[in-house]
Design a protein around this ligand. Structure first.
Ligand code: BDP
Length: 679
């Protein structure tokens, strides 16, 4: 079956020179430590697959001849340390060295995690045929925390999951196939992920009990599988646990009994899982309990938990997705886009050192196009994690192709102007702009029990790309696409070119036939799939386009709108505030304009809507033809699976086109300049 091995498929190398580069005869390691051993087994598996011949594992003492690998930590393997030379001095905790010394390639690191990353790095180079004959590589991750959030529920369902059921739970039990979890851990670790929160941020009744004896032993077993791959386990907690689990009268974060209760829960958890990562918390959001109930703020809530976890080195990851989901649009200060900043900016500096704020990439909710959250970069004295959504809730639900790495790159490269022009989002979240020790990436996973993990086989590229960017946000979307395609699909250059072209075009195609000019939200309520222009327009979720017969868009200016544009720093605020300067792709996010308003591109807003929707649907059809050109060139199952999705996408893109175009034609009464049929 195609896809289970994903980018760790290790297709045999056909090219003679590339095979020669992978021609290792032996691997030597003298450490029993489990993560070092995991690294050794990965090398055995990977090199064996690439060269189609088994590689021998050897103990350090044996005489070894021919080309081989020595691998280990500097502390545990003297030989490795010596071979790594002065690179040893330059390494961070998770970094690694790969060096060729004669016949030997040495992989060395300060920690076993670094050793594992080094092994995966070498394997990637070999699989891509990029391994230099003379390696002298020193790598370290840009971000300390590289986290995955599972939105899995204990009943086996996954909130916003599009690839089957949970691999962690079934029938209201923690229930899993250890091998599958291990393979997931391998996939994650190979891209650099080092943390995972194992349950949905919306914590239901049974998951609230995770911090009790009823569940901890089983969770500890999960943690043990993940630990081997250097991944720390976290779970999401329910802020009202003291009441729901502890039988207390209150969950008030300033109540002494409540604080004690959390401290003893932390003691229990760490007794079961000594390296437990910490808590992920969604509070006072979409009907979840939180500190507001007690008249306390989010720093009070987070700090209470932080105090309980601090003695063990645990972290509190506190989400900033806090807004009023029952708002009244007539009150302009309740603009949902403003909410995270309004709630959290005043608390800058109030959080304990082991708290990180997890901030969605945009101010709304993972739309195909949003501006960058103005909270990123605004809080000088607070640790920040950026949150992406790998699962394609609003971007085609893994039925449409939508390669998200280009979107993430745009976000990461955005200049916040926090400290002048050298403060892009990537430097904010890695902690370097404000000299913060903790920071990084979090993202909602897109996997499930489907044999190929992600449903749409090409959606694997998003999971892969996420981890790669978390390690190195300088990698381009194109490089990452090529890496994924070559490793997952195979080494045929023509195939790789076609697949990359499709991946690289996909975000723009999807944006074209869905929501125009940054307006977002034209989807069916609840499940969020398919076009529905007014789906959210007249309810209280705060997600509006304000289209009427005269115009469209949300006025978020300071001068006459909600004031949201003013949350940005300096020139950014000025650009978004100005109708003339605001970039086209975000125009309707910041301004309400007549349909006849001319964009920088020279065409009117309504004509832009028509053009992009015709064009997007056509290009979706083009994806079907592109994929057909790969008939017989890729694995049959892969071909069939993707083909079905591309056909569905093309059909649904037409539906999007027709519904959106018809809506705006009837609202505006303005005909398509090019005379195409709109009903
Ligand atoms: C939204 C999802 C919802 C999540 C929420 C969140 O629709 O299912 O619970 O985000 O991030 O995108 O908490």
């Amino acid at each position: 079956q195609f896809g289970y091995q994903a980018w760790l498929a290790y297709h045999p190398l056909a090219d003679e020179a590339k095979r020669e580069a992978a021609n290792y005869r032996w691997i030597a390691s003298c450490e029993q430590e489990e993560t070092v051993q995991a690294a050794v087994s990965e090398l055995v598996r990977g090199i064996g697959g690439l060269r189609g011949e088994a590689v021998q594992v050897s103990k350090e003492q044996e005489p070894i001849t021919g080309k081989g690998i020595r691998i280990g930590t500097f502390k545990g393997n003297e030989e490795v340390r010596l071979l790594c030379g002065d690179a040893v001095e330059r390494l961070s905790m998770e970094g690694f060295v790969i060096r060729t010394v004669g016949d030997i390639t040495v992989i060395g690191a300060n920690t076993s995690a670094g050793v594992l990353y080094g092994a995966f790095h070498l394997l990637r180079l070999l699989a891509l045929g990029n391994a230099p004959a003379d390696s002298d590589i020193v790598e370290k991750p840009a971000n300390g925390l590289r986290m995955i959030n599972q939105w899995d529920n204990i009943d086996g369902s996954i909130e916003r999951g599009y690839a089957g059921q949970s691999i962690f739970y079934a029938n209201n039990e923690i229930s899993y196939d250890s091998e599958r979890i291990q393979d997931y851990a391998r996939l994650l670790a190979s891209t650099s992920v080092n943390a995972i929160a194992i349950n949905n941020v919306n914590v239901h009744r049974l998951e609230t009990m995770f911090l009790t004896e009823a569940y901890l032993p089983r969770i500890a077993e999960l943690a043990a599988i993940l630990r081997r791959y250097a991944i720390k386990l976290y779970f999401s907690i329910n802020f009202a646990s003291p009441i729901e689990v502890g039988g207390l009268q209150t969950a008030d974060p300033l109540d002494a009994e409540v604080r004690e209760w959390w401290k003893s829960r932390a003691a229990d958890i760490y007794a079961a899982i000594p390296d437990f990562g910490g808590f992920l918390v969604k509070a006072d959001s979409e009907n979840r309990p939180g500190p507001f109930t007690y008249g306390r703020d989010h720093a009070d809530g987070a700090n209470m938990l932080a105090e309980a976890l601090a003695p063990y080195g645990g972290l509190v990851i506190w989400r900033c997705f806090v807004y009023n989901c029952k708002q009244d649009w007539r009150d302009r200060t309740t603009d949902r886009a403003r909410a995270a900043y309004d709630h959290f900016m005043p608390l800058d500096g109030a959080f304990h050192p082991n708290v990180l704020l997890q901030i969605k990439n945009g101010p709304m909710d993972f739309q195909v196009r949003e501006p960058v959250s103005p909270l990123l970069g605004a809080m000088e004295h607070t640790n920040q994690l950026i949150e992406f959504q790998i699962t394609q809730e609003y971007t085609g639900q893994q039925r449409h192709l939508c390669y998200l790495v280009p979107q993430w790159r745009t976000v990461l490269d955005f200049q916040t102007l926090a400290q002048g022009a050298a403060s892009p989002v990537k430097r904010i979240v890695d902690g370097s702009v404000y000299g913060r020790e903790l920071g990084g990436f979090a993202a909602v996973s897109n996997i499930g029990s489907d044999a190929n993990w992600t449903g749409h086989p090409l959606a694997q590229a998003n999971l892969y790309g996420y981890g790669r960017l978390a390690w190195n946000p300088e990698l381009t979307a194109e490089e990452i696409a090529r890496e994924w395609a070559a490793q997952a699909i195979g080494p045929d250059e023509a195939v790789i070119d076609t697949v990359c072209e499709m991946l690289m075009a996909s975000l723009d195609i999807y944006e074209s036939y869905t929501a125009p000019l940054g307006v977002g939200w034209m989807v069916n309520p609840n499940h969020h799939y398919g076009p529905n222009v007014d789906g959210y327009e007249y309810d209280r979720w705060g997600t509006y386009h304000f289209a009427d017969r005269d115009g469209i868009g949300v006025n978020r200016t300071v001068q006459s709108g909600t004031g949201y544009a003013g949350q940005y720093i300096g020139e950014n605020a000025a650009i978004y505030e100005s109708l003339e300067r605001c970039p086209d792709e975000l125009l309707l996010f910041f301004h309400h304009v007549p349909y006849t308003h001319r964009l920088h591109s020279g065409i009117t807003v309504v004509q832009h809507i028509y053009d992009t929707h015709f064009d997007g649907a056509e290009r979706a059809e083009g994806l079907v033809r592109k994929w057909q050109s790969l008939t017989g060139l890729v694995n049959e199952e892969l071909y069939r699976l993707a083909q079905a999705r591309f056909s569905e996408q093309a059909a649904h893109a037409k539906e999007w086109r027709d519904i959106i175009n018809t809506y705006f034609y009837r609202k505006s009464g303005i005909a398509d300049e090019r005379g195409r049929t709109i009903y």
